[in-house]
Write a protein that binds this ligand. Structure first.
Ligand code: BGC
Length: 897
């Protein structure tokens, strides 16, 4: 019997009374979470028309913004008073909470204050709030410094130090360091490391685009003598390790190089810029080897005490050499940085012998080890990292070192070397490398005494804000959700990667599969914006993209079909859906078009077999042509929709027609119109066309029924690779089989996500088969769409492309059999959306929060619906639209109201 609905009394009536008393005062309403370019009070903004956004803090049901006004100026007092010398938008009617700056031209190196005032739905003003942003270089011509390096050969191993000194003769008001680097850097002023980022700048296609950072260094400077120190690492710029992707032969490869302007504003208003030039001195550092891919070697005996302080004697240091800039585009790194996220104590330590210890962090992470140790000078300590142990308790790297091609023994995989100075307790942590690992085997050339506390994991990744939460009555589901988050984050280092150990490659396919999981769970827009700029840098004139981005050149010929490189369309489209922001879509529009046109040139009939297909399947293999053509269709749909959005109507018509042609070609070849079956009817073959909207409306029910019985015939287990895994749960739950989708998602035996969890996984794996001999990294995100499905398929939280950024929230919860309660939350641009349900006897209590400024449509099962005890009319599809607020519904399964 179908469940029927009715509503319980809304428990917020008292609260509402109280709130309406507050209303007149306007105290309640205020803009919060002010952001510029999707960042909080950022420095170094290069955008000429930065985006400004905010949320409304307004707890009242029905809260809406009737109008807003923005002022922008350089005088904080005037701006606070509502006057902006650069922009006064005036009162603008409407609900927009993301606005593009439209005032006077912005100048470089300038702090702008902005103030947003809002009016509530009754026209009452709220409390205005202020934010600020600071412009950066705004164009390469504003740089004063020269690019310098130490001029050594690319094969030379030790990392270079650079230093310079200057005297501040006047009182300093503020100071900014602008630093652009080919490679990685750490900046020091007067002996102090600046900032808390790791692995700056982010990896780009260095010969096309190099990123610069802006640091506020006011507090680090002092009156009188000052010293600036820079330590450069190789990163992906000077890849000395050798692996199958040829990064050691990258066209940009060179000795690390940097350019820096230290811009000091004195109290008297004068400005002085101290820049890099040939007079900066350089020396080799104790970092005797560093590879982003393999590890870092540090010889503490080579430390130079005080090297970045003014009093240091640098007479033995050499002058620097002026070099060409690596690229024409030197662009601000306006994005969430990588940081140390957590310190993870070892849960276990085992002495394997008197020189070898095994540390276990208890979970798989991306990051580095931090070691505390004392021993005689010259003792060589090796820290070997891995995800597995051999039977004898030693670290086993055989599942992750397959693509490494060392030329000798001097650069061991995922291994750091620390050579002791021999003076008391010493600390080691690499700066220019990270790894994927749970276990660290520490071995020394001389017996050492270590304790469990000697080694800690330091978890690193792009420090994106958390924007999602799932909790359910099934611990396996909760663990899958956590493991998926772990793998998503362990694979976010300024660009999405496939795995943090074996490759660290920006694999396109893995990333578009994980994009919804990423955007439901994390505030990752700035990482995607940066990575799509990398796409634009890498795209060939003919539209072709490489399979990994950035690349040294590898991947333009293999694995780069539409099933992988559809990132160019799918990621901007999802960013638009989740943030209601068209910036990225507009920036990528011509690139999506070139990409789609290229596939059309290759495949004029509408079908393409270009691609890898359903990668790492369980058993059944689906035709590559079916899956690749489905992605070609999806990209063409995105292009048509984007064209419509961006007012390119001729393109909209053209690509809509093309998408229909592709869809028809797929259906003509693969669909049996009598039965609704695609191909042989494998899970991937049925679910991919369902998920991407290829199945003709009249046949959807048949195809979905076939999928449901196929899954039942597979005893409710998966029979998919990564393309099918993205589609199968959605295809089931969107077409009336949510219970079956849940049964598959919650499986605990092979093959399933739960099977990994049952075997102790804290991250997602690369292969359903844990005993596989290859493709078995233990930290891949490519099977990670399950988290997005939890938000959608059970929690029911969905964006609406017609009112994106969750301005209109679609709520389609599924009260699936087998769960007692389920909670999904997502922090969208308007605030937190909550969709949560629990069983109470025969009833289901369904609670919803819709943030101020937005509204939602709840999709109910057929039946009577009442609100606060009163019957309400849903539309013919049983939908009911609610304004912002909190609601509680009651569903009586199988009962009548
Ligand atoms: C990577 C992937 C990737 C695949 C495609 C693997 O080596 O780790 O995740 O998508 O290759 O070929």
């Amino acid at each position: 019997m179908r469940p029927r609905l009715h509503l319980v009394h809304i428990p917020f009536i008292l609260c509402l009374l109280y709130l309406s008393a507050l209303r007149a005062s306007g105290q309640q309403l205020q803009p919060v979470r002010l952001r510029c370019e999707q960042l909080t009070d950022p420095l170094g903004i290069d955008a000429e028309h930065p985006r400004l956004s905010w949320q409304l803090s307004d707890d009242r049901n029905g809260a809406l913004q009737q109008a807003y006004s923005i002022v922008v100026g350089i005088d904080t007092v005037a701006v606070a008073g509502g006057h902006g010398d650069h922009w006064e938008s005036g009162r603008v009617e409407g609900a927009a909470q993301l606005v593009t700056y439209a005032g006077k031209a912005l100048a470089p190196f300038t702090r702008y204050y902005w103030r947003v005032a809002v009016w509530d739905k009754d026209g009452h003003p709220g409390t205005a709030r202020m934010g600020h942003f600071e412009t950066g270089m705004m164009g390469s011509h504003h740089w004063k410094g020269a690019w310098i390096s130490d001029g050594n050969d690319i094969q030379l191993r030790p990392a270079p130090y650079f230093r310079n000194t200057f005297a501040a003769r006047k009182a300093i008001k503020s100071a900014r360091a602008y630093i652009a680097v080919g490679g990685l850097y750490e900046l020091y002023i007067n002996g102090q490391r600046i900032g808390d980022h790791r692995l700056d700048p982010m990896y780009t296609r260095y010969d096309r685009r190099v990123l610069y950072l802006t640091h506020d260094v006011t507090a680090a400077l002092q009156a009188g003598d000052n010293a600036i120190g820079v330590l450069l690492g190789n990163g992906w710029y000077n890849h000395q390790s050798t692996a199958v992707w040829y990064f050691h032969r990258a066209p940009w490869r060179n000795r690390p190089v940097f350019c820096m302007d230290l811009r000091i504003t004195y109290m008297d208003g004068s400005v002085e810029t101290l820049s890099t030039n040939e007079h900066w001195k350089t020396s080799l550092s104790p970092v005797i080897f560093n590879s982003i891919y393999t590890g870092e070697h540090y010889d503490a005996r080579k430390e130079q005490e005080g090297w970045s302080t003014a009093g240091f004697n640098d007479s033995s240091w050499r002058p620097s050499m002026v070099r060409a800039a690596p690229a024409q585009q030197i662009v601000s790194q306006a994005m969430t940085p990588i940081r140390e996220i957590a310190r993870i104590p070892s849960v276990r330590m085992q002495a394997l012998n008197d020189t070898t210890y095994l540390f276990d962090l208890g979970r798989n992470i991306a990051g580095v080890s931090h070691l505390r140790v004392s021993g005689p000078a010259g003792t060589v300590v090796r820290l070997k990292h891995g995800e597995r142990l051999r039977k004898d308790g030693h670290v086993d790297q055989s599942n992750i070192d397959a693509h490494y091609r060392p030329t000798d023994q001097s650069d061991p995989f995922q291994t750091d070397l620390f050579i002791l100075r021999g003076k008391g307790e010493e600390e080691f942590m690499p700066r220019f490398n990270y790894k994927g690992f749970q276990y660290v085997e520490v071995s020394a050339s001389h017996p050492l005494r270590l304790t469990r506390e000697s080694l800690e994991g330091r978890e690193w990744h792009s420090d994106v804000g958390v924007s999602g939460y799932i909790s359910s009555s099934n611990p396996v589901i909760n663990k899958i959700w956590a493991a998926t988050n772990n793998s998503y984050l362990a694979n976010l280092f300024g660009y999405p990667t496939d795995c943090p150990q074996r490759e660290k490659n920006g694999w396109t396919g893995d990333a578009h599969i994980a994009v919804e999981t990423g955007l439901y769970g994390f505030d990752a827009i700035t990482v995607y914006e940066k990575w799509l700029a990398d796409h634009r840098d890498e795209q060939q004139a003919n539209g072709v993209l490489p399979a990994i981005i950035p690349t040294s050149g590898w991947g333009y010929q293999w694995a780069n079909g539409p099933d992988w490189t559809s990132t160019i369309a799918l990621i901007p489209w999802n960013v638009y859906l989740f943030y209601g922001d068209t910036t990225l879509l507009a920036a990528c529009y011509d690139h999506i078009k070139r990409y789609v046109d290229h596939i059309t040139d290759l495949s004029p009939a509408g079908l393409t077999a270009w691609g890898l297909g359903d990668w790492v399947p369980v058993k059944s293999v689906s035709p590559v042509e079916l899956t690749s053509s489905s992605y070609y269709f999806a990209d063409t749909r995105v292009l048509a929709l984007a064209a419509e959005l961006l007012g390119k109507s001729a393109d909209a018509v053209k690509y809509q027609a093309l998408s229909e042609k592709i869809r028809d070609a797929i259906n003509r070849k693969y669909l049996d119109t009598a039965t609704g079956r695609y191909g042989k009817g494998w899970q991937t073959e049925l679910s991919v066309p369902l998920f991407w909207g290829i199945v003709p409306a009249a046949l959807k029910a048949k195809t979905a029924a076939l999928l449901a019985s196929r899954v039942a015939a597979d005893s409710f287990h998966l029979d998919v690779g990564i393309l099918g895994a993205r589609a199968v749960l959605n295809a089931l739950s969107e077409n009336g089989y949510a219970d079956i989708a849940y049964q598959v998602a919650a499986q605990r035996t092979y093959p399933s996500w739960g099977w990994w969890i049952e075997n102790g996984a804290t991250t997602l794996y690369e292969n359903w088969n844990i005993a596989a001999m290859q493709d078995i990294s233990l930290n891949h995100i490519m099977f990670g769409d399950i988290n997005a499905w939890l938000y959608k398929g059970i929690g029911g939280i969905l964006p609406d492309s017609a009112a994106p950024g969750f301005r209109h929230v679609l709520l389609k919860p599924h009260f699936v059999k087998g769960l007692a309660h389920f909670e999904a939350r997502h922090m969208g641009p308007y605030g937190e959306i909550r969709s949560t349900w629990k069983r109470q006897g025969q009833r289901i209590i369904y609670e919803v929060s819709v943030p101020a400024g937005s509204y939602a449509t709840v999709y109910f099962p057929a039946g009577k619906v009442s609100l606060a005890g009163k019957g309400i009319a849903t539309d013919k599809d049983h939908r009911y639209t609610i304004p912002a607020g909190r609601y509680q519904f009651e569903v009586r399964e199988g009962g009548v109201i």
